[in-house]
Design a protein. Structure first.
Length: 150
């Protein structure tokens, strides 16, 4: 009997905690927004065989050539396993290359063409996401990202 009373009390406390977290957790909301926005860009880029994360990597390599994987991971805030998985796919697709002596990454001519081909699809996805977020929401997201990036 005592176990049921205690577990009933635990269940109520847990339910109250879950409601509080679900209603107010910024982490939960940011992850949800990230999944929704990422899916939007990924859908737009899918016909090219490309994801938004891979496009970010290609852009980072074009803007900061000859970087090691750890540098790209730090720049884009991508965890090591996700980055490694993407880099392997990108190398197999011929979009990036790795130097033998220092392990530096570079974007290949095929990768350069892909970035150029992606631009119209990215612009369309960008406009759609900006419309979904609204002018105010888009500005806030950009401002927060700049603030957090330091």
């Amino acid at each position: 009997m005592t176990v049921q009373v205690q577990s009933g009390g635990l269940a109520r406390r847990s339910l109250a905690a879950a409601r509080t977290i679900a209603q107010s957790c910024l982490g939960w909301r940011v992850r949800m927004m990230n999944r929704l926005v990422t899916a939007h860009y990924d859908d737009a880029l899918r016909p090219l065989g490309l994801t938004g994360a891979q496009l970010s990597i290609l852009c980072a390599l074009q803007l900061s050539p000859r970087r090691r994987p750890v540098d790209i991971g730090n720049i884009l805030k991508i965890d090591k396993s996700t980055l490694s998985r993407n880099l392997d796919r990108m190398a197999r697709n011929g979009w990036i290359s790795k130097t033998a002596r220092r392990g530096e990454l570079g974007i290949t001519p095929r990768g350069l063409r892909l970035v150029a081909e992606a631009l119209p699809r990215w612009k369309k996805a960008q406009a759609e996401v900006e419309e979904l977020l609204g002018v105010k929401g888009s500005g806030v997201v950009a401002e927060i990202a700049m603030h957090l990036a330091g």
